[in-house]
Design a protein around this ligand. Sequence first.
Ligand SMILES: [Ca+2]
Ligand SMILES: [Ca+2]
Length: 317
Amino acid sequence: MKKAAITILALFVSVCALTQLCDAAQMALKLDGDIESYFEAPDHSSLDAGLGSAFTVEAWVNPATNLGDDTHPNEYMILNKEDSYEISVRNNDLATEGSFQIAVQPEGLSWEWWDSGEIVPMSKWTHVAATWDGLVIRTFVNGKFLMSFDKTGVDGEKGVVKDTDASFKAGRRVRGGDTHSIYKGLIDEIRISKVIRYTEAGFPLPKSAFTPDADTVALYHFDEAIGGVVKDASTYANHGKLIQNAVLVPANTPLGSGSTTPTINANKTASGIVITFTGALESANDVKGPWAAVQAAASPLSVKTDQPMRFYRSRSQ
Ligand SMILES: [Ca+2]
Ligand SMILES: [Ca+2]
């Protein structure tokens, strides 16, 4: 039976490898609300000055809480470029669920929060977005236009985003002390664009991950971190880091039109193993391959142990 045990182990190893190579699982940024953990990318002109007078900021969020408490007197930060722009789940009353809000700081003026009036519910995925065209902020929750606010530059002229050296953060800001604004829950698919993507007509909810275009200055899928680095999918390479306990976890972000991660499992029987799988089954003599499709394989597949060791993996179809 030793041979069977080795086969089972190899099976699991190859499943993990395949998940990374072929079928990036849907993952999201998870923050537990501790004061040291967040996501951060260095300042770059594309994230503030380069936006000029037009941007769209958006993300999928799934807050673990949206109620204020003693350490969260008013807001849970989704993303923040301090003194330039930020969006949050925010309220001014400890007994009231937070709503989607945005602050913009044009050159020469000060911060100001604007409340879309729409609650961002707990334990549920919600798409939030806001645009600014130098004159007016527009807010959207789940594709629905909510409110607009006049936010011009100095003297009512078209404003430009203030340029600072602050890093870009998801999950917290720096202003207001250590515990200020720490987000608790999941954040996914953050996109910053140097263009107005949405109008007051509203828009259909994105059903898959975004593909970067020429106007995308940052796009974080949060599906993979290598050495704690989450890559920016845009051409601007605003890669960021998971700080302290910030992690990526498997998530059910509703971006499901992509390929489904296949599953494979094995159980010992008296004469060998039974492989159950979804997707297409492949096998190889060596874990490095070459891999070949197992012809006419249907799940569950019985494999006897009185034959040379083989490795099995499943691939999405
Ligand atoms: Ca993701
Ligand atoms: Ca800057």
